[in-house]
Each structure stands twice: as C-alpha cells, then as structure tokens.
Design a protein around this ligand. Structure first.
Ligand SMILES: Cc1cc2nc3c(=O)[nH]c(=O)nc-3n(C[C@H](O)[C@H](O)[C@H](O)COP(=O)(O)O)c2cc1C
Length: 176
C-alpha cells in the first residue's frame, strides 16, 4: 500500500475478463452496513469505451466534429471500469453510507490491480452524473456513477516515485 500510486498514462496491455472478475471478487470483501452490496462495476473495452466517450460528448453538448476528441480521450486506457452505486431505496442505511461502500470497492480495486502490476487511474469530471452519461451506461433510476478506473499496462519506464511523497501521519491521526 505504501508503494501504490496512480498511473495517468498506461499501455495497451490489459487484464483479462477473468482477471477483472477475480479483482472485483476480492475488492468486494469489504465492510458493508446491512450487507446491501449497493454497488456494481461495468467493464468497458473497445466499443464500450467509445460509448462512454460519446456519452461524455453528448453531456458536454459537443458538436459532431468534436465528438472524436471525447472518444479519443476515453480511449486513454484499454480497460475502463465504471464504478456504480446502486442505492437500496428508502433504506435505514443512508445514501452516504452506501456511497462509502461503493467508494471502498473502487479503492480496493485500485489497490488489487496496482498490486498485480497494472496501472490504474481514477477519473471523474463535471459530467459524471449527467443524464447523457447515465444513459450511456444504462444505469437504473437508483444508480449513480462514482467515476471510472482507467486501467492498462505500466509504461516501460515504470512508475515514478510518489509526487507528493508520503502523508505526514501527525496531520491525519490524533487522539481526544
Ligand atoms: C473520486 C476520485 C476522482 C478523481 N478524479 C480525477 C480526475 O478526474 N482527474 C484527475 O486528474 N485526477 C482525479 N483523481 C485523482 C487521481 O486518481 C490520483 O489519485 C491523483 O492523481 C494522485 O495520484 P496518486 O494516487 O498516485 O497519489 C480522482 C481521485 C478520486 C479518488
């Protein structure tokens, strides 16, 4: 965990569907109030990533000539994992707790994939919860996106050391 870091640039190598399934299974073993499992992951490759790019272009009101830019940006990685919170409606467990579980899955997935040697970068943006992007992902009415994990191979020059270094524990840990 101390060595984990995000990879903004990745190569065309990607984990197989079976490797993704194993990573999701591991990432899903987390604390979950009432065991709601209020989350799912959508695996996007090739045409699926193009659909994401088109959805983002649509949400931005892009003209037809500019759609390709959004599509190219979405194709920055060969695998994109959309992280979805699927709220249990009117449940005693509040929405923020359900989002915490889905966010935990995303962080776990990043850690698992990083540990297996893949490059991962969590991205969001102003259109993450727009109608057009929701539609592109075929989300249900009780679902929202938490963003996307862009996944691929770590470039040959490898990972640079952490830009901002390690945290100062004393700034994040105290007692009463
Ligand atoms: C929920 C969430 C959304 C993020 N969205 C973006 C984003 O859209 N663009 C971006 O450059 N970084 C985004 N980041 C930050 C990067 O994923 C990454 O954590 C950051 O560049 C620091 O790198 P490090 O993880 O190696 O410390 C996001 C992180 C989180 C947790």
């Amino acid at each position: 965990m101390l060595a984990r870091r995000s990879s903004s640039k990745v190569t065309d190598a990607a984990p197989s569907p079976a490797q993704v399934a194993a990573a999701v299974e591991a990432a899903g073993q987390l604390a979950d109030h009432s065991g709601l499992r209020p989350w799912r992951v959508i695996e996007l490759r090739a045409d699926g990533i193009t659909r994401l790019g088109r959805g983002l272009a649509d949400a931005d009101g892009a003209k037809e000539k500019d759609v390709a830019k959004f599509v190219a940006k979405a194709h920055r990685a060969p695998l994109v994992l959309a992280i979805v919170v699927s709220y249990a409606p009117k449940h005693k467990v509040p929405k923020w707790e359900q989002e915490a579980v889905a966010a935990g899955v995303a962080h776990n997935l990043s850690l698992v994939l990083d540990d297996e040697g893949w490059g991962v970068f969590w991205r969001t943006g102003e259109h993450t919860r727009s109608k057009a992007v929701k539609k592109a992902h075929k989300l249900g009415k009780n679902e929202e996106l938490l963003g996307w994990l862009y996944v691929g191979g770590v470039p040959p020059r490898g990972r640079k050391p952490r830009g901002r270094g390690r945290i100062r524990v004393s700034e994040h840990l105290s007692t009463l």
